[in-house]
Design a protein around this ligand. Structure first.
Ligand code: BEZ
Length: 209
């Protein structure tokens, strides 16, 4: 089943390196990042999981719980985690699902048969506290993901969930944001006391609220 933005993130129970989990219980009221990688003991995946572990404080600051998945076994995951910790100078502290029966991969459409009949591609889903899908990206096996970009999108999602703003191209936390078209300039001036810069009637900036 193809998933789309705004859909409910499918719940599941799974065996992980941290024991059996129910996805929704694991997330609780937090935001979530669920990401798949093709296989254990592969170089790009090793750097991706290491990078994610090194960013654990950044994810925690944003109230985000991380969960990785691949179709390898729990034994393999556990052996591989010690390699990741050694080579990436980190301590992997998030669960990795052993999705040997491809239950999670199938629920989240992470196997793209024309890329690989058996392995998951690099899919990544951001899930809101309402358990809805807020973003998904899919990278090929040969390209490691940019986890700073993942944090940047989370910053944007969390900000735009609270305020009537959108974030422009390449926006980073602390930079000006865009007033959404649904808010009139008159209302925007009242709503955003830090000021509204009108470039065009449809293009209005305000400092990050
Ligand atoms: C990797 O993670 O290094 C990788 C996995 C599958 C194909 C190519 C690279």
């Amino acid at each position: 089943m193809a998933l789309h933005l705004g859909d409910d993130a499918p719940n599941f129970k799974a065996l992980t390196t941290e024991g059996e989990i129910d996805f929704y219980e694991y997330l609780g009221d937090s935001w979530g990042v669920l990401f798949s990688h093709p296989a254990d003991f592969t170089p790009v995946c090793t750097t991706e999981l290491g990078r994610t572990a090194l960013l654990n404080e950044e994810f925690a600051k944003r109230n985000v719980k991380v969960l990785a998945v691949s179709v390898d076994s729990l034994d393999k995951h556990k052996q591989w985690v010690s390699d990741i910790n050694e080579t990436q100078h980190c301590s992997v502290d998030f669960p990795i699902i052993a999705d040997e029966d491809r239950k999670v991969a199938t629920l989240y459409d992470m196997i793209h048969p024309n890329a690989s009949a058996t392995f998951t591609v690099r899919s990544l889903f951001i899930i809101g506290p309402d358990k809805k899908l807020k973003l998904y990206i899919t990278y090929p096996a040969s390209t490691g993901r940019n986890f700073v970009e993942v944090l940047r999108v989370i910053d944007s999602l969390q900000l735009t969930a609270k305020h009537s703003v959108a974030t422009p191209a390449d926006w980073k936390h602390g930079e000006d944001v865009i007033v959404v078209p649904a808010v009139s300039t008159e209302d925007a001036i009242k709503k955003f006391p830090k000021g509204v810069k009108v470039m065009k009637p449809y293009l209005r900036y305000t400092p990050e609220p």
